[in-house]
Ligand binder design. Structure first.
Ligand code: PGA
Length: 251
């Protein structure tokens, strides 16, 4: 049984007052959502405040990135996974396509950040996904496989218990173009096959694979009906408490 995860990625959209307002509005709306793990990801500087305000609720707080090194060290501008845990984070989103595209984040960096996240005892939401040109060239599976294999390289079976994969086709992010439920299912089943090759069937069958890319209250149910879709990573539709709550309460 894979417990679904519904995660909201607030990206760089909210000022602190707006983030607090949304988090507090969300709290009662998802209070009965025991069927899934609910996660929201504000920016670094808001994590402590949001985590404090949500203490005792069923909403988990995630960071949107972390440093590739764990050690307290000379790394100006970086924030370590341990520091994120220290201020109330339980999850970290790693390798989001915006980081890969705009900040040249490599699979190797994703791998180091993932290991750092696990060392600190947090869960990693590792993002993978192909660009439109790659899909059109018939290379979607090859691209995603490389990201999964390299991103998760060296992780043990025990490590994998705290790995959540998010498949986010880049052409579907913020564009209003959702992958069809069939396209999502096809890639999720493929990722599970890749995990079977790298970590064995038991790990593959228990790893949660989320879909991301224009998830909305209108399409969540159909996506969740797919056998290998275990949740969603939601951008735009997570910014509003009501719409995110509808996605969480898709059942
Ligand atoms: P979107 O973003 O839901 O706005 O398409 C998804 C994401 O970037 O995680």
């Amino acid at each position: 049984m894979r417990k679904p995860v519904i995660a909201g990625n607030w990206k760089m959209y909210k000022l602190l007052s707006e983030a607090v307002e949304t988090a507090l509005a969300l709290k009662p709306l998802v209070a009965n959502a025991n069927h899934c793990e609910v996660v929201i990801a504000p920016v670094f500087v808001q994590i402590k405040t949001i985590a404090d305000r949500l203490e005792g609720s069923n909403i988990n707080v995630a960071a949107q990135d972390c440093a590739p090194v764990e050690k307290q060290s000379a790394n100006t501008g970086e924030v370590s996974a341990e520091m994120l845990k220290d201020v109330g984070c339980s999850h970290i989103i790693i390798g989001h396509s915006e980081r890969r595209q705009f900040y040249a984040e490599s699979d190797n960096a994703v791998n180091q950040k993932t290991k750092s996240c696990l060392t600190s005892g947090l869960k990693a939401i590792v993002c993978v996904g192909e660009m439109l040109a790659e899909r059109e060239a018939g290379k979607a599976e090859e691209v995603v496989k490389t990201q999964v294999v390299n991103g998760l390289a060296g992780l043990t079976t025990a490590d994998m218990e705290r790995i959540i994969i998010a498949y986010e086709p880049v052409w579907a992010i913020g564009t209003g173009k959702t992958a069809t439920p069939e396209q999502a299912q096809e890639m999720h089943a493929f990722i599970r096959q890749v995990l079977t090759e790298t970590h064995g069937k038991v790990v593959a069958d228990s790893t949660r694979i989320l879909y991301g890319g224009s998830v909305k209250p209108e399409n969540i149910k159909e996506l969740m009906n797919q056998e290998d879709v275990d949740g969603a990573l939601v951008g735009g539709a997570s910014l509003d408490a009501n719409s995110f709550a509808q996605i969480v309460n898709y059942k």
